[in-house]
Design a protein around this ligand. Structure first.
Ligand code: ADP
Length: 253
């Protein structure tokens, strides 16, 4: 969060990209895009482009990291070197380690880990193009990839941030808003149980602003959840259609 004096972020009641205060950037999700992975999803969210792949449940290596009563959800968040205009130094850093940990913890809240003792469910999140909000995009895509892998879960996590720019509470901060705004609050939300599984805050909000931000984020997460469900519906309706076409072309009844 920088100083809000550096750049005008609101003009004529609209944000720089023309959005209303409570408007999301455009989001699209495709499920099942990687044939080799057990589950996968590709997400575009504004200018963010993110791939998520799931492998498992499979035996946990190293063995000392096994949990005897449950599976471990091991998320790894990575930003490609070419994902930002200034080349990002490849490899893990403090930020990616932190995001990997919080995504793992958020997903462990929904996956029925007790079904798979001593196992690991690997979740890879690769940010191909980054433009603010990649942890939310990564968590949202990872949830679809887990569902695509057929991993039993209580629900998919939907994730979104809201924050403050020029004294106004706004939804889903873009790159300039993230850089020059006053606060950014990413959340992970589980619609079915109406629970949060991720909550962070960068910057400061009053209690009233915080409540407004949460309301905006949760409403947006419900919309994002519909997009996630749509991606799965699309994937499986296409697969069923393909099966029908193959059967028909092979003359199978
Ligand atoms: P999030 O992507 O979840 O909003 P941050 O607030 O830490 O996470 O980062 C905001 C944005 O800053 C990122 O989406 C990305 O566009 C940019 N960014 C993050 N890390 C780097 C980096 N090492 N080099 C260049 N840009 C970065």
């Amino acid at each position: 969060m920088g100083s809000n004096k550096d750049i005008d972020l609101i003009e004529d009641g609209k944000r720089l990209d023309g959005r209303d205060f409570d408007e999301l950037r455009e989001i699209s999700i495709d499920a099942g895009v990687l044939k080799r992975a057990d589950g996968s999803a590709y997400l575009e969210w504004g200018k963010n482009k993110i791939m998520a792949a799931v492998y498992g449940p499979r035996e946990m290596h190293p063995r000392h990291a096994q949990e005897t009563t449950k599976a471990v959800v091991r998320a790894r968040y990575n930003m490609a070197a070419f994902s930002v205009p200034d080349r990002k130094r490849p490899g893990p850093d403090r930020r990616s380690t932190e995001i990997s940990k919080l995504v793992s913890e958020a997903l462990e809240k929904v996956v029925f880990t007790e079904n798979y003792p001593r196992s690991v469910i690997d979740v890879f999140i690769e940010v191909l193009q980054a433009s603010a909000g990649t942890r939310c995009g990564g968590l949202t895509a990872a949830s679809v990839a887990l569902a695509d892998a057929g991993i039993p879960m209580s629900d998919m996590v939907a994730s979104c941030a809201s924050g403050k720019i020029e004294g106004e509470v706004v939804l889903d901060l873009g790159k300039n808003e993230d850089n020059y705004g006053q606060a950014d609050v990413p959340v992970g939300y589980i619609p079915r149980s109406d629970e949060l599984c991720l909550l962070q805050m960068d910057g400061n909000l009053t209690q009233e602003e915080y409540e407004k931000a949460m309301e905006m984020s949760i409403d947006a997460c419900k919309d994002i959840h519909e997009i996630q469900r749509g991606a799965l519906r699309e994937r499986y309706s296409t697969e069923l259609q393909e099966e029908e076409i193959t059967k028909a072309s092979e003359g199978v009844e």
